[in-house]
Ligand binder design. Sequence first.
Ligand SMILES: NC(=O)c1ccc[n+]([C@@H]2O[C@H](COP(=O)([O-])OP(=O)(O)OC[C@H]3O[C@@H](n4cnc5c(N)ncnc54)[C@H](OP(=O)(O)O)[C@@H]3O)[C@@H](O)[C@H]2O)c1
Length: 276
Amino acid sequence: MSPGDTKRTACVTGGNGYIASALVKMLLEKGYAVKTTVRNPDDMEKNSHLEDQQALGSLEVFRADLDEEGSFDEAIAGCDYAFLVAAPVNIHAKNPEKELIEPAVRGTLNVLRSCVKAGTVKRVVLTSSVAAVTSRPLQGDGHVLDEDSWSDVEHLAATNSPYRGYPVSKVLLEKAATRFAEEHGISLVTLCPVVTVGAAPAPSARTSVPNCLSLLSGDEAAFAVLDGIERATGCVPLVHVEDLCRAELFAAEEDAPPAAAGRYICCPASGLRSRE
Ligand SMILES: NC(=O)c1ccc[n+]([C@@H]2O[C@H](COP(=O)([O-])OP(=O)(O)OC[C@H]3O[C@@H](n4cnc5c(N)ncnc54)[C@H](OP(=O)(O)O)[C@@H]3O)[C@@H](O)[C@H]2O)c1
């Protein structure tokens, strides 16, 4: 933000999460007023960093749950930007349809309805995942996957893989969000990050960081996730969490096409390949 600019307000959903905590910090450092949501504001084991971050600037914490209709209204009211980062990420869900896919789609639309009600949101930045891009049946090497590529929901259902729920949830929530945004005149940019690593303020990291550390810790369940990614894409592509947050800000602030709309894979130089 340049000196003299009026302070802009951004809502980040799920501020106790790994990526969202880093995004809240970066927004505050850039001079934004930030409103963030957590499911339980009294849970200091998960939220202590948000108290610390209040020293960086204007940060308000709201209670909101993706499963409760209208729950995000107060947090998004008056915001210029909405960063949709919170999502169910339980890749080990026993019933992926009920625990992951349906709540992810419903929750995304719930937050988007709050953006419509607010009437102030200039841009919504949705954090999806490269899992919505790469899970598709391709033979051999040499395939190029880009922003026009989608994970194949029917193929995933047919594989009965224990990890199918996560990519399916991301494909379906992205498609539902895009449709909703078109119908309601919302400016939406979607980011599809690869495996995200690096230090973030949240007191504990439950997703990609323990997965990557499994190479050292020997945690087999966490390693199985990396192994699954390697099998699907031929590599384990990594992005630094600060680079991802910079991309989130760019996606929000950019006014000129083509970056002001659409879907962007967030991955450093390494190409994404896909194979069976
Ligand atoms: N980490 C990666 O490598 C990576 C890569 C690509 C995409 N992503 C995407 O980035 C986003 C954040 O991931 P992360 O790694 O930061 O995961 P995380 O630390 O587990 O954060 C997930 C957040 O979502 C919240 N959440 C889950 N269900 C909710 C509900 N029903 N209502 C309200 N909040 C809910 C969690 O709150 P609770 O603490 O209350 O559960 C938590 O704040 C996710 O959408 C994920 O799919 C992550």
